[in-house]
Design a protein around this ligand. Structure first.
Ligand code: SF4
Length: 370
């Protein structure tokens, strides 16, 4: 079982916190879509004929694409690698792009899941983040989308410097009241070279408060657990059977190919990533070359990646997967079990709620040396 990720590197405007690869200049959009279709052809053997069960249009803002572009890309995938009839096909959509006409077009193209960049239902917070949409557009967009799609995820961001506990609670309660099937909730992070980083450095914005973010995350887990969501990965919560199949496959170490500038691919042996420059990417692909860098993974790296990703999921680390490392991990985990950060049984090790606040550090402490 394998997945395909397509990176659509265009946005209407730049959100202050974002460090993804995108351009707000769209004059190369047509050429880039042609290049993506060509890259699908060039990469057709990467997955070695494993059946494709998930396709994910991410970005950037894939919802700005016309239907003809989605049709071209999905038809090319169908011809080159094929995909399962019941494949999960997700489109990341921003609220201001969700209209009846677009939903109809997305359905006709084959999209069956929307991941909507709501981020907040509070107007001031959206402006602070420089989002291109209003809170009213999010509500209207969700209402429209729910008439066409039953599988809807929204993103929410917490830990904004000025965000009160009550504001965060109202965002989460709004999502619960709208019966959203899946929520991805991220703590605001200040990435280098973003407008947010500059605004904090020049004291236009207050810095983020990690303690407040931790308190908001603990509260989030409690609210969503009560509302019947499964907390199946650190940042992801789903109603029963509504987990993202595409992202779950990443976390289970399944193989995927990434198409487009900055997209990553993984085949169990190596990781590779395309260069993050639209013009150069188009130029290389037009010559029949994929511009990528590659890292061949050592057995230790493969094991450490497994520890890192598995620990972030609610099923945790399956000890049997670790082979001869099992005993060592059980010994190292003991310290965290005593502190109340990990739980274990004879088959698995997984994080407690408090442990989830320290996931990356705990995973690093369990890593094996290269
Ligand atoms: S819409 Fe998404 S990809 Fe585009 S700038 Fe905002 S956060 Fe980044």
């Amino acid at each position: 079982m394998a997945g395909i990720y397509l990176h659509i590197p265009f946005c209407k405007q730049a959100c202050h916190y974002c460090n993804f690869h995108f351009s707000t200049t769209r004059d190369q959009q047509g050429a880039l879509i042609e290049a993506l279709a060509k890259e699908i052809e060039l990469q057709k053997d990467y997955l070695q004929r494993q059946p494709v069960h998930t396709i994910y249009f991410g970005g950037g803002t894939p919802s700005i694409l016309p239907k003809a572009s989605l049709d071209l890309l999905l038809q090319t995938i169908r011809q080159q690698t094929g995909y399962a009839n019941e494949a999960e096909i997700t489109l990341e959509a921003n609220p201001d792009d969700i209209t009846e006409e677009n939903c109809q077009a997305w359905r006709e193209a084959g999209i069956n899941r929307l991941s909507i960049g709501v981020q907040s239902f509070i107007e001031d917070e959206l402006r602070w983040m420089n989002r291109a949409h209003s809170a009213a557009q999010s509500l209207q967009g969700l209402q429209t989308a729910s008439r066409f799609f039953s599988n809807i995820s929204i993103d929410l961001i917490y830990g904004l410097p000025g965000q009160s506990h009550a504001q965060w609670q109202s965002n989460v309660e709004k999502a619960i009241s709208l019966n959203i099937a899946h929520l991805s909730c991220y703590a605001l992070t200040v990435e280098p070279k973003t407008a947010l980083e500059k605004k904090i450095r020049t004291k236009q914005y207050s810095p983020v408060d990690p303690d407040k973010q931790s308190a908001q995350f603990l509260a989030l887990m409690e609210w969503l657990e009560k509302a019947g969501y499964r907390h199946y990965e650190i940042s992801n919560f789903a109603k029963p059977q509504m987990e993202s199949r595409h992202n779950s496959a990443y976390w289970q170490g399944e193989h995927y190919v990434g198409i487009g500038p900055s997209a990553h691919s993984y085949n169990g042996i190596s990781r590779q990533w395309n260069l993050s420059n639209n013009a150069l990417y188009i130029r290389f692909i037009e010559k029949g070359q994929i511009p990528y860098e590659i890292e061949i993974l050592t057995p230790a790296q493969i094991c450490n990646e497994y520890i890192m990703t598995a620990l972030r999921t609610d099923t945790g680390i399956e000890l049997a997967t670790l082979g001869k490392e099992q005993e060592r991990i059980v010994r190292l985990a003991e310290r965290y079990i005593q502190r109340g950060h990990l739980l274990s049984d004879e088959k698995r090790v997984w994080l407690t709620k408090e442990g989830k606040l320290l996931a990356d550090g705990i995973a690093a402490a369990l890593f094996i040396d290269n």
